[in-house]
Design a protein around this ligand. Structure first.
Ligand SMILES: [Zn+2]
Length: 295
């Protein structure tokens, strides 16, 4: 998997719309079929968003079901809440396209292989990578629940209506509503996190792939229900799934085992070595994962 980078990421600035009340002209929430019209993007308005979150995140969606959209609102609030809870104020525009199937290939191209060429860039961060493939799909394309494309500020996410999700396991557990929301939170966190890098970090032209996955997994695990988080952590015991120090937070550990990397990132974050201080180091460009030679 290739890296997200400040070299390739396109940053969003300026005044953004709110995750706020439903407008009459807004999303057709009555839709139940996951039919996707990729030409129709609708602003997603989320009832009940805290006032302090207004103006920070604009989400537009295409395709998906009413439940997809409801889960997206919940996930957007969780991702924003994670940052605001640490005194960080991100901003972003994000497009989420729900599809029956999402694929990611080893070159970092994402899309519904065989259906749509989709955005293709070397800067894709995938969530919930799985070895499952649809019949006839390219052998190098992995089916995933979701993937974020920094260059276009677009996430492709498998619709909750997809039968594939019923057989999918993530963190060793069955996919349920809470887990699905956590994947959405992960992808939305990617979009928000990019806005927080300091001018110095941007000037340094950092490769931020590992840092971004660290933050996305931390937000994902921090905001999921306590019961689900406990179940996830129990699947990856602390005795064997803990970074020995921060040099373990690197592309090798991420690439070899994304889900354990996510759990270990969370454990690191809640330790004395993590927390807001570590986030500051990431966003100031002071934390740079070590390069590891594989052989
Ligand atoms: Zn990710």
């Amino acid at each position: 998997m290739t890296s997200a980078s400040l070299r390739t990421a396109r940053f969003v600035s300026g005044s953004l719309l709110a995750v706020s009340a439903l407008s009459a002209a807004g999303l057709a929430l009555a839709q139940s079929a996951p039919s996707v019209d990729r030409t129709q993007w609708s602003a997603l308005h989320c009832d009940g968003a805290p006032a302090r979150q207004a103006g920070l995140l604009q989400v537009t969606v295409a395709g998906g079901t009413e439940r997809d959209h409801r889960f997206t609102c919940a996930a957007a609030k969780r991702a924003l809440g994670f940052f605001l809870g640490h005194g960080l104020v991100p901003t972003s525009r994000l497009r989420i396209e729900f599809r029956e199937a999402v694929f990611l290939d080893l070159a970092g191209c994402m899309g519904a292989a065989g259906v749509d060429p989709a955005p293709c860039d070397t800067a894709v961060t995938a969530g919930a990578v799985n070895a499952g493939r649809a019949p006839g799909e390219s052998s190098h394309a992995e089916r995933v629940v979701g993937a974020f494309h920094p260059g276009s500020e677009t996430a492709l996410v498998t619709t909750e209506a997809s039968p594939w999700l019923r057989t999918y396991t993530y963190f060793g557990l069955a996919m349920n509503e809470e887990m699905f929301m956590s994947v959405l939170t992960h992808e939305i966190t990617h979009a928000l996190s990019k806005s927080l890098y300091s001018p110095a970090a941007r000037a340094a032209d950092l490769d931020i792939h590992v840092q971004e996955e660290y933050v996305a997994y931390v937000a994902q695990l921090s905001t999921m229900s306590r019961d689900l988080r406990s179940a996830v952590l129990a699947r990856f015991p602390a005795g064997t799934h803990r970074f020995k120090d921060e040099t373990d937070i690197n592309a090798l550990s991420l690439g070899l085992s994304p889900e354990p990397f996510g759990v270990m990132s969370y454990r690191h974050f809640i330790s004395d070595a993590g927390g807001l201080g570590f986030l500051h180091r990431i966003y100031c460009g002071e934390y740079r994962p070590p390069f590891q030679v594989l052989y």
